[in-house]
Ligand binder design. Structure first.
Ligand SMILES: N=c1c2ncn([C@@H]3O[C@H](COP(=O)(O)OP(=O)(O)OP(=O)(O)O)[C@@H](O)[C@H]3O)c2ncn1[C@@H]1O[C@H](COP(=O)(O)O)[C@@H](O)[C@H]1O
Length: 103
């Protein structure tokens, strides 16, 4: 099991946990809008570090983005597995071909 799988399982287990003892439970208790807002903040922080070119800080911000993405998905009852299934569906399809097929 990868670290990402373990993190997703931990986040799922935090649903309904005590918000006083878990950041994840606190975030989930505030609803999907709050989880989405936090994800947006973390994404912007990652963008800033990517533009600055600080690889160490970008790594840390990317970890925050992945964590908050999983919390945002959990808040809407979506799982890492749902997203991996979508990525698998796209395997082998060139982004250029997919874009051309849209119109
Ligand atoms: N990966 C993470 C993780 N990454 C970031 N964070 C927390 O996300 C929060 C967001 O940080 P910010 O500085 O943006 O928050 P803030 O600015 O203080 O918040 P506000 O200004 O919005 O009030 C911090 O409290 C971080 O500690 C995380 N909290 C938890 N995890 C994982 O989730 C597991 C379960 O955590 P709990 O739910 O807290 O038990 C942990 O063992 C970790 O594996």
């Amino acid at each position: 099991m990868s670290a990402l799988d373990r993190l997703a399982a931990t986040i799922d287990a935090r649903k309904g946990a005590d918000p006083a003892s878990s950041w994840t439970a606190k975030l989930l208790s505030q609803g999907p809008e709050k989880a989405a807002e936090k994800f947006g903040e973390e994404a912007v922080e990652a963008v800033i570090e990517a533009v600055r070119g600080d690889r160490e800080r970008l790594t840390a911000e990317a970890a925050d983005v992945l964590y908050h993405l999983l919390v945002m998905l959990a808040a809407r009852d979506l799982t890492l597995s749902d997203v991996l299934t979508e990525l698998e569906r796209r395997e082998g399809v060139s982004g250029i071909d997919e874009k051309a097929a849209r119109t």
